[in-house]
Design a protein around this ligand. Structure first.
Ligand code: 5GP
Ligand code: ZN
Length: 112
């Protein structure tokens, strides 16, 4: 499958990794939009939030359980924003579900 994040997961494309286990990987975004900006990605290829169902929701729950630990590990100490883009109108560019975690500085109050 021609999926950028599957290639990062299987090591074909290098990434600046924060964390990895059998279910998920977390790595810094190549084009950071905050002082600290990383992505948390399930190793299972799920295209987007639209395809979360009873068979894979445990992975999404696991990601949210891990985010506080990963935020701390990345140096975030004062709060963070979690973003998921789903589908065309959201401008999702990589069609493998991922959660952006942004922090390390005061973020703009409003984003669309
Ligand atoms: P999306 O727009 O799909 O929500 O987010 C995709 C994110 O992946 C973007 O923030 C983009 O900067 C990041 N990205 C794209 N290609 C690469 C890459 O090769 N390596 C890393 N680390 N991040 C990438
Ligand atoms: Zn994939």
């Amino acid at each position: 499958m021609d999926c950028l994040f599957c290639k990062i997961i299987n090591g074909e494309i290098p990434s600046n990794k924060i964390y990895e286990d059998e279910k998920i990987i977390a790595f810094y975004d190549i084009n950071p939009e905050a002082k600290i900006h990383f992505l948390v990605v399930p190793k299972t290829h799920i295209c987007c939030a639209d395809k979360i169902d009873g068979s894979n929701s445990h992975l999404i729950a696991y990601i949210f359980e891990k985010i506080p630990e990963l935020a701390k590990k990345s140096g975030i100490t004062n709060g963070y924003r979690i973003i998921n883009n789903c589908g065309e109108d959201s401008c999702q560019s990589v069609k493998h579900i991922h959660f952006h975690v942004l922090g390390g500085e005061k973020l703009p109050e409003h984003i669309r």
